[in-house]
Design a protein around this ligand. Sequence first.
Ligand code: SAJ
Length: 416
Amino acid sequence: ETISVIGLGYIGLPTAAVFASRKKKVIGVDVNQHAVDTINQGKIHIVEPQLDIVVRAAVSEGYLRATAIPEAADAYIIAVPTPFKDDHVPDLKYIESASKAIAPTLKRGSLVILESTSPVGATEQMAEWLAEARPDLTFPQQKGESSDIRIAHCPERVLPGHVIRELVQNDRVIGGMTPACSQAAVDLYKTFVEGECITTNARTAEMCKLTENASRDVSIAFANELSLICDDQGINVWELISLANRHPRVNILQPGPGVGGHCIAVDPWFIVSANPKLSRLIRTAREVNDSKPDWVVQKTEQAIAQTQRLLDGRRKPRVAVAGLAFKPDIDDLRESPAMKIAEILSQRTDIDLQFVEPNIEQLPGNLKNGTFSKDIIASSNWCDLILILVDHSLFATSLSKIPKDIVHIDTRGLLK
Ligand code: SAJ
């Protein structure tokens, strides 16, 4: 049995490697030739703990091979990005091009699984694209259970930083276009999934994934809204939340500088764009979370102005920005609210800036003014004002050595 994984990114590559680690023959397909070459050398082009070891073993034992041109397989897993366009409308162009690329290689009995986070209806749309390209085969939307090709949606739900563990342990929601499609997909995932594989239809599976991330977004928005109210009322929001969470049926998440990453800030829009009038809460949560970085910038600018008054022109205020990643203990700066804040501050020439990020080796080019440090203690000894944007564990363990007399803006409640 051969499995083809289309899209060798943060989801596709770990999935391909884990199948290969269970001695399945896996063909990984990606349009990025650099990714293909890197993987064929047994190396990885993305950062994820343990992934390098699994990929190296899979390639050297001959179970995983990458290519830019799709080949015939028994099962296909599509794990390509699903971004949105300017107006927050989901953009299915990568699913469309992946479908068209694999269509010529399909054969009777092939199973095609869409793993990409998708708006409701995307799996049916993918089935249409495949059917148009292969009029010689039958598809579930035409022939139901007796179709030549089986199609299912099986959304990924792994947490970046814990992908290898969560791939194996998490439950999977499997939405086939027919029950037989679901069963074929369950049989495939059971190769390595130790969690439960629960079946449903494709539309429910699509909505389920969007719901999971929208639920987290709404919960974080609640915490972020509380943080604004508490700031105005002179209440420590972290103390407040920990007290409220003592109630047996209350479980509030943590406020922060905003919501980043590639999923939680994106997926809720797929729900909103399909039902704008009905999704008022989900939209508002997105807006609350998206506006938090600007609020943090305003707070920081007020503190800078105060420091300027104290320094009275003797020198520029020194500002340390602690953390650039989108969440703790990773090096991923993409879609990071901390980066958004850092970029705005780095446009100022009337302050001396230092960016502290222990998980990267150099600053990204879009931070114009400012020096780089990996050491929060040295940086806090240098600065007048420290802005904490990420709760890296290295920061948490350094807290006792950070001088108390500098101005703190703590968006993560590290200093409580
Ligand atoms: N955040 C807060 N407060 C919190 C929790 C998180 O401000 O209490 C922020 C983080 O700092 C970060 C953002 O939210 O900026 C998202 O981080 P995250 O750890 O909540 O989630 P992701 O984006 O790394 O991964 C999510 C996960 N979804 C859920 O937990 C429902 C993961 O399981 C999904 O597979 C992933 O999205 C995805 O690919 O969809």
